[in-house]
Design a protein around this ligand. Structure first.
Ligand SMILES: [Zn+2]
Length: 398
């Protein structure tokens, strides 16, 4: 097998059943591809009490700067009901112009294309003046506690420094070349419990209905927009995701009621300021007495979910222009620079170097019959190869 062929490279990776947290042979296969290209490869096992150990991989070619990192994950989500797949999820079968398998687009496909791009670059230009590294985790689709965050810290403690990073997650909504992600919104979740007094629905003055307290609190969070958005980010948005009373009796006023929420926020906030704004709104609504005239302020408790995701925006012209230029040169499309969608491991990488994300078309990710067009694998390999040339040329000049 030649690693300059992204189709063969991807087939090898898909045939390793690496459902989080299993390594499944995927990192071993990647090591076997990178070592002959001249990379020094290290496998790092991360542990945390209460979670399974996870294998990760760090590989570097070169010892000098400038240093470009490619980041991604070999773990995949479970296939679900295998019988509903038209081709077995770990067989990597080709049917017509499509390659089928779990991880085809999210994101063994991105890794395969980058491996092939590096192999071709070395074939035609020799090793770059500078360094290329792969930072590959086996814990992105799971709890993400034994993955990229620990791997970055481990590498940085050994003295590794990077000038830029490309994450190969599927970023394109419809066509290859649609979209580069240059940032991500932050995410904070919490749960509010409103404390009342249980009683008879026919004697409400003897009770304190927490539902009357809850509704204005939930409205206060979803009512006024948090902001109007920025040129780079959509408006921050909060959704109440659950309202829980759990009261089966219609003639009993419950003693407690609760709701959960999640906010996706832009860079006009930090996790800390957005939490403070949420508490301010809750306190104001709790004191207002709407639905509970004449009563004391609503008593409530709030519990924040652990580990909020911090918002970030990359403003690095060398990196963004190299990638945009490569996409335009290969596809003729001008990619949108976007900050939409959920969080990704880029939220950890941004603390070490500027980071952007570009990979395959995401339409079938996590679905039954996840698949990728063979033509897209070749095109993405060419985009990554062109990006490599452009990025190193630019970084060596500056
Ligand atoms: Zn992914």
């Amino acid at each position: 097998m030649s690693v300059s062929d992204p189709v063969a490279t991807l087939q090898t990776l898909i045939r390793c059943p690496s459902v989080t947290p299993a390594e499944g042979g995927a990192l071993k296969a990647l090591e076997a591809m990178l070592t002959p290209l001249g990379f020094s490869v290290e496998r790092m096992v991360a542990s945390e009490p209460g979670t399974p150990d996870v294998e990760n991989l760090y590989a570097r070619l070169g010892t000098e700067g400038p240093h470009l990192m490619f980041a991604g994950h070999t773990d995949v989500v479970p296939p679900g009901d295998e019988a509903s797949w038209s081709h077995p999820p770990f067989a990597a079968e080709i049917d017509g112009d499509q390659l089928f398998g779990r991880g085809a687009v999210d994101m063994k496909g991105g890794i395969a294309c980058f491996v092939s791009a590096v192999a071709r670059h070395i074939e035609s230009h020799g090793a770059p003046k500078g360094s290329i590294s792969f930072l590959i985790t086996g814990d992105e689709e799971g709890p993400s506690v034994n993955g990229t965050e620990k791997l970055l810290r481990w590498a940085a403690e050994k003295g590794e420094r990077w000038d830029a990073c490309l994450v190969g997650e599927p970023t394109n909504p419809d066509y290859l070349g649609d979209m580069i992600k240059i940032g991500r919104r932050g995410s904070v979740s919490g749960r509010v419990t409103v404390l009342g007094l249980q009683g008879h629905a026919a004697y409400p003055h003897l009770a304190d209905n927490p539902v009357r307290g809850l509704l204005p609190l939930a409205s206060a969070l979803m009512g006024e927009p948090f902001d109007a958005g920025t040129p780079e980010f959509p408006a921050s948005n909060l959704e109440v995701t659950s309202i829980d009373v759990g009261n089966p009796a219609t003639n009993v006023i419950p003693g407690k009621a609760g709701f959960a929420f999640n906010i996706r926020f832009n860079d006009t906030w930090t996790a800390e300021t957005v939490k403070a704004e949420i508490v301010r709104r809750l306190d104001e609504a709790a004191a207002s007495g709407s639905l509970r005239p004449g009563r004391d302020a609503v008593r409530y408790e709030i519990v924040w979910a652990e580990r909020p995701s911090h918002v970030f925006l990359t403003r690095n012209n060398g990196l963004i222009a190299s990638l945009t230029g490569a996409v335009e040169e290969v596809t003729g499309r001008t990619p949108a620079l976007s900050t939409t969608g959920g969080t990704s491991d880029a939220r950890f990488i941004k603390d070490y170097c500027p980071v952007v994300e570009f990979g395959l078309v995401g339409q079938t990710m996590h679905m039954v019959d996840e698949r990728v067009a063979l033509a897209d694998l070749e095109t993405l390999t060419q985009i990554y190869g062109t990006f490599l040339s452009r990025w190193f040329a630019n970084a060596l000049l500056s």
